[in-house]
Design a protein around this ligand. Structure first.
Ligand SMILES: [Zn+2]
Length: 136
């Protein structure tokens, strides 16, 4: 009996765990923002200096790829902001679908996870043939 209780407690996020997750999220957010600023600067640099030298189409393609990478980063930043807000509200670490605890191990591996592994697995099984709609 005692060992069962201990397992559950072990999987629960403590205040110290939350502080640690918050720290990870903040530093991740910071590096994403710095990365995204340098992407924009590089894109502007390439556009103005090399447009006569490099095939315009490949520059545009590169720029599009950068924009796409940036859009993904924006999504990540948004997920991080949601997680940080949830930490403040005391709502962090619960599945958006079933309301169960997501679990310490999963949160430590994926701090921006908003669904428990059961819901994620079920969702992915249902959407196996679709390319969109990935839960984290
Ligand atoms: Zn769930």
């Amino acid at each position: 009996m005692a060992s069962t209780t201990k397992t559950v407690e072990h999987n629960r996020l403590t205040q110290a765990d939350l502080a640690e997750v918050q720290k990870i999220l903040l530093s991740k957010r910071q590096s994403l923002i710095e990365n995204s600023v340098s992407l924009i600067q590089n894109a502007e640099h390439n556009g103005s200096n090399h447009s006569d030298l490099i095939d315009k189409a490949s520059v545009e393609e590169e720029f599009r790829m950068k924009l796409r990478a940036q859009a993904l980063e924006q999504n990540l930043i948004r997920d991080i902001d949601t997680a940080l807000r949830n930490i403040k509200n005391g709502e962090f670490g619960y599945c958006e679908l079933c309301g169960n605890e997501i679990g310490k191990k999963r949160i430590q591996a994926y701090p921006t996870a908003t669904h428990c592994i059961e819901c994620k697995t079920t969702f992915e099984a249902k959407n196996r043939f679709q390319t969109h709609g990935v839960l984290v």
